[in-house]
Design a protein around this ligand. Structure first.
Ligand SMILES: *Cc1c(COP(=O)(O)O)cnc(C)c1O
Length: 331
C-alpha cells in the first residue's frame, strides 16, 4: 500500500495519540483499555471525518470544485468537519440535513454542531425524515451548475472508497504506534455508522495481515444490514487500492445491541458511558456515536467478552461538539 499515489490534502493533526486509560481499566476490572484519539484530528474540534476529508477534498480540488455538498443528521459531525474543510480551502459549503429526530428542541436545532456549521460559513437546508437525501443533493447540484457553480458531492459520512482510504491509512498509523510502544493489540473497537470507518479499518488490517479482530458497535442499522453495508464498501475500497479480495464476509463484525430506540436517540447506557469516560479519564465522548460505542464496549467487558490481560484499543471517533446539542437530555 502506497498512499502517496492518492491525491490528498492535509487537514488533520496526525498522528493522533494512542494512550492508556489506566483509571477506566481499573474501574471496569477487565482488559487493559487504550484509546486512539481520533477525536483530536484538529479540524474545528476534530473527529473521524477529517481523515476521510483529506482524500475527498483532494478529489474535489482536482475537479476544480468551488462548492461542496454533503448530507447528514442535523447534529452531524461529518457536516461540521466538511464545513471546516471547505472554509479552509476557500470553497462554499451546502449542508443538507435530514430531520431524523422527532420533536427536536432548540439546542438540537441550533447549538452543538449546528452553531459551528454556521460559524464556519456553511449554508444549512432542512428536509423531513425519510427524504431521499442523495436525490436532494443531486437536485441541488443541478441547480448550482445552472447558476455557474462547480459542485462536488460528498456522500453522507464521507463513506465511499475515496473517504475510506482515510481509515486504511489510520491502520498503518496505529500499527506503527503499537509497534513503537511494544503494544500487542488484542481487539480494536469503535462506533460504526455510515460504514466508511469500519470498511477502511478492515481493509487496512487485512491488507497488512495484522490479525487484530475489529468490532464495530452499531448506532443505527440492525446487525445484518450494518455488516452487509460495511462489507460491500470494504470490497470496493480493497479494489480501489489494489488489494481486491483481502476482506471476507466473516471479517466484518458489528454488534448493534446498543442502538436503543434509534439513531441519535439517547440511551441510559450511553449517558453512563459518557460520564464514566469524562470522570475517570477527563475525555469527552459524544451522545450519538462514541458514547454508544463505549456503552457497548463496557457492557461486553462486564459480560467477559473481552478478557482480563487483553489489550483493547477503543478508536475514539470524536463528536464532543454534539454534546451541546443534547445538553437537556444529558443533564
Ligand atoms: C460519523 C461518526 C462515526 C461513524 O463513522 P462511520 O464512518 O460513519 O461509520 C463515529 N463517531 C463519530 C463521532 C462520528 O461522527
Amino acid at each position: 500500500m502506497h498512499f502517496s499515489r492518492f491525491p490528498r490534502v492535509r487537514l488533520a493533526h496526525l498522528p493522533t495519540p494512542l494512550e492508556a486509560l489506566p483509571r477506566l481499566s481499573e474501574h471496569l476490572g477487565g482488559p487493559n483499555i487504550y484509546i486512539k484519539r481520533d477525536d483530536c484530528t484538529g479540524l474545528a474540534s476534530g473527529g473521524n471525518k477529517t481523515r476521510k476529508l483529506e482524500f475527498l477534498m483532494a478529489e474535489a480540488l482536482e475537479e476544480k470544485a468551488d462548492t461542496i455538498l454533503t448530507q447528514g443528521a442535523v447534529q452531524s459531525n461529518h457536516a461540521r468537519q466538511t464545513a471546516a474543510a471547505a472554509a479552509k480551502l476557500g470553497m462554499g459549503c451546502e449542508l443538507l440535513f435530514e430531520n431524523r429526530v422527532e420533536d427536536p428542541d432548540d439546542a438540537y436545532l441550533n447549538s452543538g454542531n449546528v452553531l459551528l456549521d454556521r460559524l464556519l460559513g456553511a449554508n444549512t437546508h432542512h428536509y423531513p425524515k425519510a427524504t431521499d437525501m442523495n436525490q436532494a443533493m443531486s437536485d441541488m447540484a443541478d441547480d448550482l451548475r445552472r447558476a455557474g457553480k462547480r459542485p462536488y458531492i460528498i456522500p453522507g459520512g464521507g463513506s465511499n472508497p475515496v473517504g475510506a482510504l482515510g481509515y486504511v491509512n489510520c491502520v498503518l498509523e496505529l500499527l506503527a504506534q503499537a509497534n513503537d510502544q511494544s503494544l500487542v493489540i488484542d481487539h480494536l473497537v469503535h462506533a460504526t455508522g455510515s460504514a466508511g470507518t469500519q470498511a477502511g479499518l478492515i481493509v487496512g488490517l487485512k491488507a497488512m495481515h495484522s490479525d487484530i479482530p475489529l468490532l464495530g458497535i452499531g448506532v443505527n442499522a440492525p446487525r445484518e444490514l450494518q455488516e452487509e453495508r460495511v462489507y460491500a464498501l470494504a470490497e470496493e475500497t480493497a479494489e480501489y487500492i489494489g488489494a481486491g479480495g483481502c476482506v471476507h464476509r466473516e471479517d466484518v463484525l458489528a454488534n448493534c445491541d446498543y442502538v436503543g430506540e434509534g439513531y441519535g436517540i439517547t440511551t441510559d447506557s450511553m449517558k453512563e458511558a459518557v460520564s464514566l469516560l469524562a470522570r475517570l479519564e477527563g475525555i469527552l465522548a459524544d451522545p450519538v456515536y462514541s458514547g454508544k460505542g463505549l456503552a457497548g464496549m463496557f457492557d461486553l467487558i462486564r459480560k467477559g467478552y473481552f478478557k482480563q490481560g487483553e489489550n483493547l484499543v477503543f478508536l475514539h471517533t470524536g463528536g464532543s461538539a454534539g454534546l451541546f446539542g443534547y445538553y437537556q437530555q444529558l443533564l
